[in-house]
Design a protein around this ligand. Structure first.
Ligand code: NAG
Ligand code: NAG
Ligand code: NAG
Length: 296
């Protein structure tokens, strides 16, 4: 009778008062390389039948922690996935475990996952477990740019921006020729690095490389600078003098032309006037004959 009591106990009072569902996470953090699959483990221990088992996985993504999503739900034997994850997520051992498999992982999958298990009438203690998933990704192709004044004595800024990469890629700038030298980089946030070159000279010309690298790889982009050197100062002055001289000559020639035009213009006017008189005279001279004709 005592033996019976013990075996019956879990299904009676004992269950609701002392026995409780317990969730354990076999890992507290996991890393996966973007594109690979990962199994997120969540075990639970219960003494009640599993007919009313309910499992909910949520994700608070690192990219938007304030808007968590329901990754996948198991309820009364039914499975519901978040629409954004359909085809990529599944339970791996339901109802015996709450593990899930996540295929074709993406950077946006990274975040804090919570596994909540309920098995009424048992209470959870705790009925919830948590793990952090990190999705590693190689650097994306960085974008190289230059900006500034490439004339002798000017200053130039080289900038390099990489859009993606976990862990955050390190950015290096090197000048490749005539010999390879590494340049001091100013980081602007995690993903952008710039180099300042002041008072550029012909030695500044050459090929520059930005490399973005993390544990998963390296990507490079390049800038080819050619510093524009204006002609020597002395020849500059000479050119200036020549330019001024020729400008003066042109101006003089223009002046002469204008004066000449002014004069011939006056002559022309006088001549034109004479012509007009001639025409008038002609008209007058012809008019009588026309009138004559009309009378004929
Ligand atoms: C994940 O991939 C494995 C093998 O690559 C496949 O068997 C499984 O069905 C996939 N799961 C989902 C949810 O797509
Ligand atoms: C710029 O560089 C030239 C030589 O390349 C040097 O003579 C000059 O003093 C420099 N100017 C400044 C402002 O540093
Ligand atoms: C860089 O530019 C110079 C001059 O414009 C050119 O001669 C040289 O071939 C270029 N180098 C590369 C790697 O593009």
């Amino acid at each position: 009778m005592r033996y019976d009591d013990l075996s019956v106990c879990p299904y009676l009072l004992g269950c609701e008062t002392s026995a409780a569902l317990r969730v354990t996470m076999r890992e507290s953090s996991l890393e996966v390389v973007q594109g690979d699959f990962v199994i997120l483990p969540c075990s639970f221990f219960t003494t009640s039948p599993l007919s009313r088992l309910n499992v909910i996985w949520t994700l608070a993504p690192f990219s938007s922690p304030e808007s968590p999503i329901q990754v996948i739900v198991y309820d009364h034997g039914q499975v519901i996935e978040d629409p954004s994850l359909i085809g990529r997520v599944a339970f791996a051992g339901i109802p015996w475990s709450a593990d899930i498999i996540l295929n074709d992982t993406r950077i946006s999958d990274a975040g804090i996952y919570r596994c909540m298990v309920n098995n009424p009438p048992e209470a959870g203690d705790p009925g919830i477990g948590e793990l952090v998933l990190t999705v590693l990704a190689p650097p994306s192709l960085p974008a190289c740019q230059w900006d500034g004044d490439i004339e002798l004595g000017g200053s130039v800024t080289l900038s390099c921006t990489v859009a993606e990469g976990v862990p955050a890629p390190e950015i290096h700038w090197d000048k490749l020729n005539p010999e390879e030298i590494s340049l001091p980089v100013n980081m602007e946030g995690d993903l952008s690095g710039t180099v300042q070159i002041v008072n550029v000279s012909s030695q500044t010309s050459g090929l520059y490389r930005c490399s973005a690298s993390n544990v998963l790889g390296t990507q490079n982009c390049y800038v080819n600078l050619s510093i524009y050197s204006p002609p020597e100062r002395s020849s500059g002055i000479l050119q200036g003098v020549l330019l001024t001289l020729s400008m003066t000559l042109v101006l003089l020639a223009l002046l002469v032309l204008v004066l000449w035009l002014h004069r011939t213009g006056q002559d022309g006017k006088w001549k034109d006037g004479k012509d007009e008189e001639d025409e008038c005279y002609n008209e007058i001279r012809y008019t009588p004959s026309l009138m004559k004709r009309s009378f004929v």
